[in-house]
Design a protein around this ligand. Sequence first.
Ligand code: ADP
Length: 518
Amino acid sequence: MIFQASRLIITVNHLHSLKSINRVWLQGDFRRNMHLLLNKTLINGEWVSSSSNTELAVTNPANGSIVGHVPDLDVHDVNKAIDAAHKTFHSNEWSSLTAKERSTLLKKWYLLLESNRNEIASIMTMESGKPLAESLGEITYGNSFVEWFAEEARRVYGEIIPTPQKQKRLFLTREPIGVAALITPWNFPHAMITRKASAAIAAGCTVVIKPAEDTPLTALALVKLAEEAGFPKGVFNVVTCSRKNVAAVGEALCTSKQIAGVSFTGSTEVGRILYRHCAEGIKKIGLELGGNAPFIVFESANLEKAVTGAMTSKFRNCGQACVASNRFLIQDTVSDAFTAKLLTAMKSLQVGDGKDQGVQIGPLINTAQLHKVSDIVEDARSKGAHIVVGGRPIPGKGELFYEPTVVANITPDMRLYTEEVFGPVVAILKFKTEDEALRIANDTNRGLAGYFYSENLNQVMRVSRKLEVGMVGVNEGLLSTAEAAFGGVKESGIGREGSRHGIDDYVEIKYICLGGLD
Ligand code: ADP
Protein backbone atom coordinates (compact mmCIF):
# COMPACT_ATOMS: atom_id res chain seq x y z
CA MET A 1 0.00 0.00 0.00
CA ILE A 2 1.17 3.52 -0.77
CA PHE A 3 -0.05 6.32 1.44
CA GLN A 4 0.25 9.82 0.09
CA ALA A 5 0.97 12.46 2.70
CA SER A 6 1.40 15.94 1.35
CA ARG A 7 4.08 15.83 -1.37
CA LEU A 8 5.74 12.79 0.13
CA ILE A 9 5.03 9.26 -0.95
CA ILE A 10 5.86 7.08 2.00
CA THR A 11 5.73 3.32 1.81
CA VAL A 12 4.47 1.48 4.85
CA ASN A 13 7.93 0.01 5.44
CA HIS A 14 9.42 3.46 5.48
CA LEU A 15 6.71 4.55 7.89
CA HIS A 16 7.49 1.67 10.25
CA SER A 17 11.09 2.73 10.54
CA LEU A 18 10.18 6.39 11.00
CA LYS A 19 7.67 5.53 13.66
CA SER A 20 10.01 3.37 15.65
CA ILE A 21 12.36 6.37 15.80
CA ASN A 22 9.59 8.69 16.83
CA ARG A 23 8.08 6.40 19.41
CA VAL A 24 11.21 6.88 21.49
CA TRP A 25 10.27 10.54 21.75
CA LEU A 26 6.54 10.21 21.87
CA GLN A 27 6.46 7.76 24.75
CA GLY A 28 8.38 7.57 27.99
CA ASP A 29 10.76 10.29 29.06
CA PHE A 30 11.09 11.88 25.63
CA ARG A 31 11.99 15.34 26.90
CA ARG A 32 15.52 14.29 27.78
CA ASN A 33 16.08 13.36 24.13
CA MET A 34 14.62 16.50 22.62
CA HIS A 35 16.70 19.63 22.27
CA LEU A 36 13.99 21.37 20.24
CA LEU A 37 11.13 21.09 22.74
CA LEU A 38 11.47 24.53 24.34
CA ASN A 39 9.67 26.48 27.04
CA LYS A 40 11.08 29.93 26.39
CA THR A 41 10.79 32.17 23.37
CA LEU A 42 13.38 33.93 21.25
CA ILE A 43 13.59 37.72 21.38
CA ASN A 44 16.68 39.63 20.36
CA GLY A 45 18.80 36.49 20.42
CA GLU A 46 17.81 35.52 23.96
CA TRP A 47 15.52 32.77 25.16
CA VAL A 48 13.13 34.55 27.50
CA SER A 49 9.99 34.15 29.62
CA SER A 50 7.16 36.69 29.55
CA SER A 51 7.76 39.80 31.63
CA SER A 52 4.71 38.89 33.74
CA ASN A 53 6.13 35.37 34.11
CA THR A 54 2.89 33.83 32.88
CA GLU A 55 2.79 30.75 30.71
CA LEU A 56 0.51 29.08 28.24
CA ALA A 57 0.02 25.29 28.43
CA VAL A 58 0.18 23.42 25.13
CA THR A 59 -1.94 20.27 25.06
CA ASN A 60 -2.01 17.20 22.87
CA PRO A 61 -5.42 17.14 21.15
CA ALA A 62 -5.29 13.34 20.94
CA ASN A 63 -5.46 12.84 24.70
CA GLY A 64 -5.49 16.23 26.47
CA SER A 65 -2.05 15.69 28.06
CA ILE A 66 0.23 18.69 28.46
CA VAL A 67 3.04 18.69 25.93
CA GLY A 68 4.79 21.77 27.25
CA HIS A 69 4.48 25.39 28.33
CA VAL A 70 5.46 28.56 26.49
CA PRO A 71 5.60 32.19 27.64
CA ASP A 72 2.32 34.08 27.45
CA LEU A 73 3.56 37.41 26.12
CA ASP A 74 1.67 40.67 26.36
CA VAL A 75 1.93 43.97 24.47
CA HIS A 76 4.89 45.10 26.56
CA ASP A 77 6.88 42.00 25.49
CA VAL A 78 5.75 42.31 21.89
CA ASN A 79 7.07 45.83 21.70
CA LYS A 80 10.46 44.51 22.81
CA ALA A 81 10.38 41.94 20.00
CA ILE A 82 9.42 44.61 17.45
CA ASP A 83 12.16 46.88 18.73
CA ALA A 84 14.76 44.12 18.46
CA ALA A 85 13.72 43.27 14.89
CA HIS A 86 13.78 46.96 13.98
CA LYS A 87 17.26 47.59 15.43
CA THR A 88 18.61 44.49 13.72
CA PHE A 89 17.09 45.48 10.39
CA HIS A 90 19.03 48.75 10.52
CA SER A 91 22.19 47.19 11.96
CA ASN A 92 25.27 46.86 9.85
CA GLU A 93 25.54 43.22 10.82
CA TRP A 94 22.31 42.43 8.95
CA SER A 95 21.80 45.19 6.40
CA SER A 96 25.30 44.87 4.95
CA LEU A 97 24.91 41.18 4.14
CA THR A 98 24.86 40.40 0.46
CA ALA A 99 22.05 38.39 -1.09
CA LYS A 100 24.49 35.51 -1.39
CA GLU A 101 25.28 35.68 2.33
CA ARG A 102 21.57 35.65 3.22
CA SER A 103 21.14 32.75 0.82
CA THR A 104 23.92 30.82 2.57
CA LEU A 105 22.28 31.36 5.97
CA LEU A 106 18.95 30.14 4.60
CA LYS A 107 20.66 27.06 3.14
CA LYS A 108 22.22 26.28 6.52
CA TRP A 109 18.82 26.62 8.14
CA TYR A 110 17.35 24.30 5.49
CA LEU A 111 19.99 21.64 6.17
CA LEU A 112 19.35 21.80 9.91
CA LEU A 113 15.59 21.57 9.36
CA GLU A 114 16.22 18.48 7.22
CA SER A 115 18.53 16.79 9.70
CA ASN A 116 16.09 17.38 12.59
CA ARG A 117 12.99 16.15 10.75
CA ASN A 118 12.09 13.40 13.19
CA GLU A 119 12.23 15.58 16.26
CA ILE A 120 10.24 18.38 14.66
CA ALA A 121 7.66 15.84 13.42
CA SER A 122 7.28 14.45 16.93
CA ILE A 123 6.67 17.90 18.37
CA MET A 124 4.22 18.74 15.60
CA THR A 125 2.23 15.54 16.05
CA MET A 126 2.06 16.02 19.80
CA GLU A 127 0.76 19.59 19.65
CA SER A 128 -1.38 19.44 16.49
CA GLY A 129 -2.58 15.83 16.53
CA LYS A 130 -1.73 15.26 12.88
CA PRO A 131 -0.48 11.77 11.97
CA LEU A 132 3.30 11.40 11.97
CA ALA A 133 3.39 10.69 8.24
CA GLU A 134 1.60 13.99 7.65
CA SER A 135 3.92 15.85 10.01
CA LEU A 136 6.86 14.48 8.03
CA GLY A 137 5.11 15.41 4.78
CA GLU A 138 4.57 18.94 6.06
CA ILE A 139 8.24 19.17 7.02
CA THR A 140 9.27 18.20 3.48
CA TYR A 141 6.86 20.82 2.15
CA GLY A 142 7.78 23.49 4.73
CA ASN A 143 11.51 22.97 4.29
CA SER A 144 11.13 23.26 0.53
CA PHE A 145 10.21 26.93 0.96
CA VAL A 146 13.44 27.58 2.83
CA GLU A 147 15.40 25.87 0.07
CA TRP A 148 13.44 27.72 -2.64
CA PHE A 149 13.82 31.18 -1.10
CA ALA A 150 17.52 30.51 -0.37
CA GLU A 151 17.78 30.22 -4.15
CA GLU A 152 15.41 33.12 -4.93
CA ALA A 153 17.34 35.44 -2.56
CA ARG A 154 19.97 35.75 -5.26
CA ARG A 155 17.46 36.69 -7.95
CA VAL A 156 15.74 39.75 -6.47
CA TYR A 157 16.60 41.70 -9.59
CA GLY A 158 16.11 45.36 -10.35
CA GLU A 159 15.65 47.00 -13.76
CA ILE A 160 17.48 49.52 -15.91
CA ILE A 161 14.94 51.45 -17.96
CA PRO A 162 15.77 52.95 -21.39
CA THR A 163 15.87 56.66 -20.65
CA PRO A 164 13.63 59.23 -22.40
CA GLN A 165 16.13 62.05 -21.64
CA LYS A 166 19.84 61.95 -22.58
CA GLN A 167 21.11 63.46 -19.30
CA LYS A 168 19.33 60.88 -17.12
CA ARG A 169 19.63 57.19 -16.33
CA LEU A 170 16.70 55.37 -14.69
CA PHE A 171 17.02 52.44 -12.30
CA LEU A 172 14.52 50.40 -10.31
CA THR A 173 15.78 48.43 -7.31
CA ARG A 174 13.83 46.12 -5.03
CA GLU A 175 14.50 46.99 -1.40
CA PRO A 176 13.46 45.04 1.72
CA ILE A 177 10.46 46.67 3.39
CA GLY A 178 11.84 46.47 6.94
CA VAL A 179 10.36 44.40 9.78
CA ALA A 180 7.67 41.91 8.77
CA ALA A 181 5.11 40.60 11.27
CA LEU A 182 4.09 37.05 10.45
CA ILE A 183 0.89 35.72 12.07
CA THR A 184 0.33 32.02 11.45
CA PRO A 185 -2.31 29.35 12.12
CA TRP A 186 -2.21 25.95 13.85
CA ASN A 187 -3.14 23.71 10.92
CA PHE A 188 0.32 23.84 9.28
CA PRO A 189 2.50 24.93 12.21
CA HIS A 190 5.75 24.54 10.27
CA ALA A 191 5.04 25.37 6.63
CA MET A 192 3.04 28.54 7.23
CA ILE A 193 6.03 29.95 9.10
CA THR A 194 8.74 28.89 6.66
CA ARG A 195 6.70 30.01 3.62
CA LYS A 196 6.58 33.54 5.02
CA ALA A 197 9.82 33.82 7.00
CA SER A 198 12.16 32.49 4.34
CA ALA A 199 10.68 34.84 1.71
CA ALA A 200 10.99 37.80 4.11
CA ILE A 201 14.56 36.95 5.01
CA ALA A 202 15.54 36.31 1.39
CA ALA A 203 14.36 39.87 0.69
CA GLY A 204 16.48 41.21 3.57
CA CYS A 205 13.74 41.80 6.16
CA THR A 206 13.78 40.82 9.83
CA VAL A 207 10.73 39.12 11.33
CA VAL A 208 8.46 38.92 14.36
CA ILE A 209 6.56 35.64 14.21
CA LYS A 210 3.26 35.18 16.09
CA PRO A 211 2.46 31.45 15.96
CA ALA A 212 -0.98 30.08 16.84
CA GLU A 213 -1.61 29.44 20.52
CA ASP A 214 -2.38 25.75 19.85
CA THR A 215 0.97 25.06 18.13
CA PRO A 216 3.73 27.38 19.36
CA LEU A 217 6.22 24.56 20.06
CA THR A 218 6.91 23.80 16.40
CA ALA A 219 7.60 27.52 15.84
CA LEU A 220 10.13 27.56 18.68
CA ALA A 221 11.84 24.45 17.29
CA LEU A 222 12.16 26.14 13.87
CA VAL A 223 13.72 29.31 15.23
CA LYS A 224 16.06 27.34 17.49
CA LEU A 225 17.47 25.83 14.32
CA ALA A 226 17.62 29.27 12.67
CA GLU A 227 19.69 30.40 15.64
CA GLU A 228 21.97 27.38 15.19
CA ALA A 229 22.28 28.23 11.49
CA GLY A 230 23.95 31.50 12.55
CA PHE A 231 21.41 34.24 11.79
CA PRO A 232 22.35 37.41 13.71
CA LYS A 233 20.36 38.06 16.87
CA GLY A 234 17.12 39.92 16.30
CA VAL A 235 16.51 38.59 12.78
CA PHE A 236 14.03 36.03 14.13
CA ASN A 237 11.79 36.96 17.07
CA VAL A 238 8.84 34.91 18.25
CA VAL A 239 5.84 36.15 20.16
CA THR A 240 3.97 33.28 21.83
CA CYS A 241 0.74 34.29 23.51
CA SER A 242 -2.64 33.02 24.68
CA ARG A 243 -6.01 33.70 23.05
CA LYS A 244 -6.62 36.15 25.91
CA ASN A 245 -3.75 38.39 24.78
CA VAL A 246 -3.96 37.84 21.05
CA ALA A 247 -6.23 40.75 20.09
CA ALA A 248 -3.95 43.29 21.80
CA VAL A 249 -0.81 41.60 20.51
CA GLY A 250 -2.22 41.51 16.95
CA GLU A 251 -3.13 45.17 17.13
CA ALA A 252 0.33 46.08 18.39
CA LEU A 253 1.95 44.19 15.52
CA CYS A 254 -0.26 45.81 12.90
CA THR A 255 -0.11 49.37 14.21
CA SER A 256 3.52 49.67 15.32
CA LYS A 257 5.37 52.26 13.27
CA GLN A 258 8.39 49.94 13.36
CA ILE A 259 6.56 47.19 11.46
CA ALA A 260 6.55 47.67 7.70
CA GLY A 261 4.29 44.83 6.63
CA VAL A 262 2.10 42.05 7.95
CA SER A 263 1.53 38.61 6.52
CA PHE A 264 -1.33 36.59 7.95
CA THR A 265 -2.71 33.12 7.34
CA GLY A 266 -5.91 32.26 9.16
CA SER A 267 -9.62 32.92 9.21
CA THR A 268 -11.28 35.55 7.04
CA GLU A 269 -12.78 37.08 10.19
CA VAL A 270 -9.39 37.73 11.80
CA GLY A 271 -7.91 38.75 8.43
CA ARG A 272 -10.52 41.47 8.20
CA ILE A 273 -9.58 42.81 11.65
CA LEU A 274 -5.88 42.89 10.76
CA TYR A 275 -6.56 44.55 7.40
CA ARG A 276 -8.41 47.33 9.26
CA HIS A 277 -5.53 47.76 11.72
CA CYS A 278 -3.05 47.97 8.84
CA ALA A 279 -5.14 50.61 7.06
CA GLU A 280 -4.27 53.10 9.80
CA GLY A 281 -0.56 53.04 8.92
CA ILE A 282 -1.08 52.31 5.17
CA LYS A 283 0.85 49.11 5.76
CA LYS A 284 1.56 46.37 3.29
CA ILE A 285 -0.45 43.24 4.07
CA GLY A 286 -0.57 39.73 2.68
CA LEU A 287 -3.64 37.67 3.58
CA GLU A 288 -4.16 33.94 3.06
CA LEU A 289 -7.68 33.39 4.38
CA GLY A 290 -10.41 30.80 4.38
CA GLY A 291 -11.71 28.96 1.34
CA ASN A 292 -14.84 27.10 0.32
CA ALA A 293 -13.29 24.89 -2.33
CA PRO A 294 -15.52 23.18 -4.88
CA PHE A 295 -14.51 19.67 -5.97
CA ILE A 296 -16.33 18.97 -9.23
CA VAL A 297 -16.59 15.55 -10.85
CA PHE A 298 -17.83 15.68 -14.45
CA GLU A 299 -19.22 12.61 -16.18
CA SER A 300 -16.10 12.22 -18.35
CA ALA A 301 -13.92 11.97 -15.23
CA ASN A 302 -11.77 9.01 -14.35
CA LEU A 303 -13.60 8.10 -11.13
CA GLU A 304 -10.64 6.23 -9.62
CA LYS A 305 -8.49 9.36 -9.94
CA ALA A 306 -11.35 11.50 -8.64
CA VAL A 307 -11.76 9.36 -5.52
CA THR A 308 -8.01 9.40 -4.84
CA GLY A 309 -8.01 13.19 -5.19
CA ALA A 310 -11.08 13.52 -2.99
CA MET A 311 -9.49 11.44 -0.23
CA THR A 312 -6.32 13.53 -0.26
CA SER A 313 -7.93 16.92 -0.57
CA LYS A 314 -10.60 16.19 2.05
CA PHE A 315 -9.02 14.03 4.72
CA ARG A 316 -5.48 15.40 4.87
CA ASN A 317 -4.99 16.97 8.31
CA CYS A 318 -8.49 15.77 9.27
CA GLY A 319 -9.96 18.23 6.77
CA GLN A 320 -8.36 21.17 8.54
CA ALA A 321 -6.81 22.93 5.55
CA CYS A 322 -7.90 26.12 3.82
CA VAL A 323 -7.48 24.39 0.46
CA ALA A 324 -9.48 21.32 1.57
CA SER A 325 -12.40 20.51 -0.70
CA ASN A 326 -15.56 21.75 0.96
CA ARG A 327 -18.39 21.16 -1.52
CA PHE A 328 -18.37 18.06 -3.72
CA LEU A 329 -20.35 18.74 -6.89
CA ILE A 330 -20.96 15.48 -8.73
CA GLN A 331 -22.64 15.23 -12.14
CA ASP A 332 -25.89 13.29 -11.63
CA THR A 333 -24.97 10.55 -14.14
CA VAL A 334 -21.90 9.50 -12.09
CA SER A 335 -22.92 10.51 -8.61
CA ASP A 336 -23.97 7.05 -7.37
CA ALA A 337 -20.81 5.44 -8.75
CA PHE A 338 -18.56 8.16 -7.29
CA THR A 339 -20.21 7.98 -3.86
CA ALA A 340 -19.97 4.18 -3.77
CA LYS A 341 -16.25 4.27 -4.62
CA LEU A 342 -15.63 7.01 -2.08
CA LEU A 343 -17.38 5.05 0.68
CA THR A 344 -15.25 2.01 -0.14
CA ALA A 345 -12.05 4.07 0.06
CA MET A 346 -13.16 5.65 3.34
CA LYS A 347 -13.63 2.22 4.98
CA SER A 348 -9.87 1.84 5.31
CA LEU A 349 -9.35 5.21 7.03
CA GLN A 350 -7.86 4.72 10.46
CA VAL A 351 -8.76 7.31 13.06
CA GLY A 352 -6.64 7.66 16.18
CA ASP A 353 -3.68 9.23 17.93
CA GLY A 354 -1.33 10.55 15.24
CA LYS A 355 1.67 8.87 16.83
CA ASP A 356 0.18 5.38 16.35
CA GLN A 357 1.14 3.26 13.41
CA GLY A 358 -1.22 3.36 10.43
CA VAL A 359 -3.35 6.27 11.70
CA GLN A 360 -4.44 8.60 8.88
CA ILE A 361 -6.95 10.80 10.70
CA GLY A 362 -6.11 12.44 13.99
CA PRO A 363 -8.26 14.53 16.31
CA LEU A 364 -9.60 18.00 15.57
CA ILE A 365 -7.39 20.68 17.05
CA ASN A 366 -9.57 21.90 19.92
CA THR A 367 -13.06 21.95 21.45
CA ALA A 368 -14.14 25.02 19.46
CA GLN A 369 -13.31 23.18 16.24
CA LEU A 370 -15.15 20.03 17.34
CA HIS A 371 -18.26 22.07 18.18
CA LYS A 372 -18.06 23.88 14.87
CA VAL A 373 -17.90 20.65 12.85
CA SER A 374 -20.70 19.03 14.92
CA ASP A 375 -22.93 22.10 14.64
CA ILE A 376 -22.45 22.38 10.88
CA VAL A 377 -23.37 18.72 10.37
CA GLU A 378 -26.37 19.03 12.73
CA ASP A 379 -27.51 22.10 10.80
CA ALA A 380 -27.50 20.05 7.57
CA ARG A 381 -29.26 17.11 9.25
CA SER A 382 -32.00 19.39 10.61
CA LYS A 383 -32.58 20.90 7.15
CA GLY A 384 -33.08 17.54 5.46
CA ALA A 385 -29.61 16.43 4.35
CA HIS A 386 -28.90 12.71 4.21
CA ILE A 387 -26.08 11.56 6.49
CA VAL A 388 -24.67 8.71 4.40
CA VAL A 389 -21.97 7.72 6.85
CA GLY A 390 -20.53 9.12 10.11
CA GLY A 391 -21.91 12.38 11.43
CA ARG A 392 -20.94 12.09 15.10
CA PRO A 393 -17.99 12.66 17.43
CA ILE A 394 -16.16 9.50 18.58
CA PRO A 395 -15.89 9.93 22.37
CA GLY A 396 -14.40 6.43 22.71
CA LYS A 397 -11.21 7.65 20.99
CA GLY A 398 -10.83 10.89 22.93
CA GLU A 399 -12.62 14.21 23.32
CA LEU A 400 -11.74 15.71 19.93
CA PHE A 401 -12.29 12.92 17.41
CA TYR A 402 -14.98 13.09 14.72
CA GLU A 403 -16.13 10.37 12.36
CA PRO A 404 -15.13 10.60 8.68
CA THR A 405 -18.49 11.70 7.34
CA VAL A 406 -20.41 11.91 4.07
CA VAL A 407 -23.49 14.13 3.86
CA ALA A 408 -25.61 14.16 0.68
CA ASN A 409 -28.46 16.35 -0.61
CA ILE A 410 -26.81 19.61 0.43
CA THR A 411 -28.85 22.74 -0.31
CA PRO A 412 -27.83 26.44 -0.38
CA ASP A 413 -29.53 27.20 2.95
CA MET A 414 -27.17 24.83 4.79
CA ARG A 415 -23.97 25.94 6.51
CA LEU A 416 -22.16 23.10 4.70
CA TYR A 417 -22.81 25.03 1.46
CA THR A 418 -21.67 28.45 2.63
CA GLU A 419 -19.06 27.76 5.34
CA GLU A 420 -15.69 26.09 5.43
CA VAL A 421 -16.31 23.01 7.61
CA PHE A 422 -12.62 22.42 8.49
CA GLY A 423 -13.28 18.81 9.43
CA PRO A 424 -13.49 15.31 7.90
CA VAL A 425 -16.87 15.93 6.28
CA VAL A 426 -17.67 15.36 2.59
CA ALA A 427 -20.70 17.44 1.52
CA ILE A 428 -22.23 16.21 -1.74
CA LEU A 429 -24.45 18.09 -4.22
CA LYS A 430 -25.59 16.79 -7.61
CA PHE A 431 -25.67 18.88 -10.78
CA LYS A 432 -26.88 18.29 -14.34
CA THR A 433 -24.87 20.66 -16.57
CA GLU A 434 -21.45 22.33 -16.65
CA ASP A 435 -23.08 25.76 -16.35
CA GLU A 436 -24.94 24.67 -13.25
CA ALA A 437 -21.72 23.27 -11.72
CA LEU A 438 -19.89 26.54 -12.35
CA ARG A 439 -22.77 28.59 -10.97
CA ILE A 440 -22.74 26.58 -7.71
CA ALA A 441 -18.93 26.50 -7.51
CA ASN A 442 -18.71 30.29 -7.83
CA ASP A 443 -21.70 30.96 -5.56
CA THR A 444 -19.50 31.95 -2.61
CA ASN A 445 -17.59 34.99 -1.41
CA ARG A 446 -14.47 32.80 -1.06
CA GLY A 447 -12.05 31.89 -3.84
CA LEU A 448 -8.95 30.04 -2.71
CA ALA A 449 -8.67 26.59 -4.34
CA GLY A 450 -10.99 24.73 -6.71
CA TYR A 451 -10.68 21.20 -8.06
CA PHE A 452 -12.31 19.37 -10.93
CA TYR A 453 -12.06 16.06 -12.72
CA SER A 454 -12.68 15.78 -16.42
CA GLU A 455 -11.06 13.95 -19.35
CA ASN A 456 -12.56 16.39 -21.85
CA LEU A 457 -9.85 18.84 -22.97
CA ASN A 458 -12.21 21.62 -24.01
CA GLN A 459 -14.04 21.33 -20.73
CA VAL A 460 -10.72 21.39 -18.84
CA MET A 461 -9.74 24.67 -20.50
CA ARG A 462 -13.21 26.24 -20.09
CA VAL A 463 -13.73 25.32 -16.46
CA SER A 464 -10.15 26.25 -15.43
CA ARG A 465 -10.82 29.73 -16.82
CA LYS A 466 -14.28 30.17 -15.33
CA LEU A 467 -13.66 28.98 -11.77
CA GLU A 468 -13.36 32.06 -9.56
CA VAL A 469 -10.40 30.90 -7.45
CA GLY A 470 -6.71 31.62 -7.08
CA MET A 471 -5.65 27.98 -7.59
CA VAL A 472 -7.12 25.22 -9.74
CA GLY A 473 -6.40 21.50 -9.41
CA VAL A 474 -7.32 19.69 -12.64
CA ASN A 475 -7.45 15.94 -12.06
CA GLU A 476 -5.31 16.63 -9.00
CA GLY A 477 -6.24 16.99 -5.33
CA LEU A 478 -2.96 18.29 -3.99
CA LEU A 479 -1.57 21.38 -5.68
CA SER A 480 0.58 23.41 -3.33
CA THR A 481 4.33 23.48 -3.94
CA ALA A 482 7.11 26.01 -3.26
CA GLU A 483 7.56 26.62 -6.99
CA ALA A 484 3.96 27.78 -7.59
CA ALA A 485 2.00 30.82 -6.41
CA PHE A 486 -0.38 30.13 -3.51
CA GLY A 487 -3.21 32.56 -2.82
CA GLY A 488 -6.83 33.43 -3.30
CA VAL A 489 -9.31 35.84 -4.85
CA LYS A 490 -12.48 37.41 -3.39
CA GLU A 491 -12.46 37.22 0.43
CA SER A 492 -9.84 34.46 0.43
CA GLY A 493 -7.01 36.92 0.47
CA ILE A 494 -4.53 39.30 -1.05
CA GLY A 495 -1.12 38.46 -2.45
CA ARG A 496 0.71 35.26 -3.27
CA GLU A 497 3.12 33.05 -1.34
CA GLY A 498 5.71 30.69 -2.75
CA SER A 499 7.01 30.98 -6.34
CA ARG A 500 9.10 33.98 -7.41
CA HIS A 501 6.11 36.17 -6.52
CA GLY A 502 6.39 35.18 -2.83
CA ILE A 503 9.10 37.81 -2.33
CA ASP A 504 6.84 40.66 -3.53
CA ASP A 505 5.16 41.22 -0.14
CA TYR A 506 8.57 41.87 1.41
CA VAL A 507 10.07 44.33 -1.09
CA GLU A 508 9.30 47.83 -2.28
CA ILE A 509 10.37 49.06 -5.69
CA LYS A 510 12.66 52.06 -5.40
CA TYR A 511 13.18 54.31 -8.43
CA ILE A 512 16.56 55.99 -8.72
CA CYS A 513 16.95 58.76 -11.26
CA LEU A 514 20.58 59.55 -12.00
CA GLY A 515 20.60 62.98 -13.65
CA GLY A 516 23.00 65.70 -14.77
CA LEU A 517 24.90 63.42 -17.13
CA ASP A 518 26.71 64.71 -20.23
P1 ADP B 1 -8.64 29.71 13.67
O1 ADP B 1 -10.04 30.18 13.89
O2 ADP B 1 -8.51 28.66 12.68
O3 ADP B 1 -7.88 29.46 14.95
P2 ADP B 1 -7.61 32.33 13.48
O4 ADP B 1 -7.75 33.23 12.32
O5 ADP B 1 -8.43 32.63 14.69
O6 ADP B 1 -7.91 30.88 12.94
O7 ADP B 1 -6.11 32.21 13.94
C1 ADP B 1 -5.00 32.32 13.07
C2 ADP B 1 -3.93 33.10 13.79
O8 ADP B 1 -4.43 34.39 14.09
C3 ADP B 1 -3.47 32.51 15.12
O9 ADP B 1 -2.10 32.76 15.29
C4 ADP B 1 -4.27 33.30 16.13
O10 ADP B 1 -3.66 33.37 17.39
C5 ADP B 1 -4.25 34.67 15.46
N1 ADP B 1 -5.31 35.58 15.89
C6 ADP B 1 -6.55 35.31 16.29
N2 ADP B 1 -7.23 36.44 16.60
C7 ADP B 1 -6.37 37.46 16.37
C8 ADP B 1 -6.45 38.90 16.48
N3 ADP B 1 -7.55 39.50 16.88
N4 ADP B 1 -5.34 39.61 16.16
C9 ADP B 1 -4.22 38.99 15.73
N5 ADP B 1 -4.09 37.67 15.60
C10 ADP B 1 -5.14 36.91 15.91
